[in-house]
Design a protein. Sequence first.
Length: 566
Amino acid sequence: MKRVHKSHTLTGALLGAALVLAACGGGSDSATEDAGGDSTGKWATGDAKMTITYDIAENAVWEDNTPITWEDFECTALAALKTPGSIATTGVDKITNIERGDSDKQVKVSFKATYAPWRGLFGGLIKKAAVANCADISQDFQTSIPFSGQPWKMESWSPDQVVFVPNENYFGSKKASYSKLVMVPKIETQIAALKAGEVDFIFPQFYAGIDKELEDANITQVTKYGRDFEALYFNLGVDGKDADGNPRVFADPAYREAFYKSIDLDALLKQIYIPINPNASLLTCGPITPGPYCPEGLFGNKYDQAAADKIMTDAGYAKDGSGLWAKDGVAPKVRWVVNTGNTRRESTQAYLIPLFRKAGFNVEADNSDADTYFQKRLPGMDYDLAMYISVAPPDPAYLVGSFAGDQVPTAENGNRGGNFQGWVNDTATKLLNDSDNETDATKRADLIKSAIVEIDKDYIMVPLFQFPNLGAYRKDKVSGTENNLANNAAFYDTYTWTDVDGDGQVIIGAEQWPSCLNPVTECASSSWAAWTGSQNLMPGVFVTTDDGRYEVTEMMAGEPKVVLLD
């Protein structure tokens, strides 16, 4: 499974872009602050530095034919900002007011600071009438999303399947062209199911030999590179501690640096990733893929065992009788979590854990099923070392929610925020928050790159590989599936697909299956929670494209109007 950024995916359905966990954006103020609004839903007033006016299309309605209005925008922002456990507070924490404009179809949003990545906001609206309290939707949408402003609406959801049917009140031109969209979990059997004709389309993680396994006269494979990347992540804890108050081993900067320098990444690349792509190279951009925000000369292979040993010795560690690094007689244990059944990650553990032990590090596999991993343990910071793919949106604003120090979820802030590593670096936090305020593209890129330099200096992650996206479909059953395979929203455009065999339905085999669908809480950490739920139902201001642009949707009467007041 992948994490939406974040995140750990980064869902993108609520407020726009998120990386295998956070929504995009950020703010110079802590996530603990009530930057806009109290629990009753009233926004605090204050001096505005930027305003955005959104004009909603007059014919834009929900599935029950009630109008989409400014109140749905306000409800969406309040849900993200106020809901306990929200992982999507950044961006909305800059809002000081949301109000009705000239009509219910006009929304006026005021911000306390310039917010450069504003297009990532309101990527998926919550219907106000569907919730009892916009400021706390934590118990809503566990196993159903009973509203829609998209071409599909949800007929049913269960652990066995989700069924979408056409939304007869959809207001736009992009109508669903067949009678039913079905998604079913095919966690270990998706290729066999595709070959047998049980499903029409699958979106599996790429691995060595999958192209050969998929060879069939009726199957077409399409591979694209988007903004997905795999990495190892170190958990520093909250103030260096776990939930029980015990020290986190990776809170020690010397331990992190020595651990990183004990990994021969070139050998790992050859062992794990070259079989996937003979031309594979290490990702050296940090938590982002190559492009204008990628700094030069960072990360990559830093393997130097002698240097790592010296770092550990200088930090007061000594090897015990088992050859493990210990301090005060204790060899810290590193719990490495991946999702069970992911052969590539389990193979990485099988390859690296003996090498870690040889280098003196006490690493143990501590794996969980995918929904526990992505929807509970990662957002709950219940791990020491994690490995996953991040699904990043086009704009780098997701880095703020994922790495700014004021986005660490704590008991004090209602467990809001998407920094699930507990990394607090004041320099990086300021750079990231400043990047949200910077409208000059070159200056903003410099701020982002400078923040990534801090990530490299602090040894909090090990970027590995930019991952290809693979879509495979039965050409005798469906067509039109390949238009968004590089998009973080992946196959959001299912309503445009063609039912080739005329059976009235398209069936997608899901690689993973979420246990909950809430678009704000830890449920949204899972990419498949979005792909099997919210992105098919929640209308937004913009949608991302396969080539990384933002396009205004049919819900809007036109482009939002942005005014800078500084």
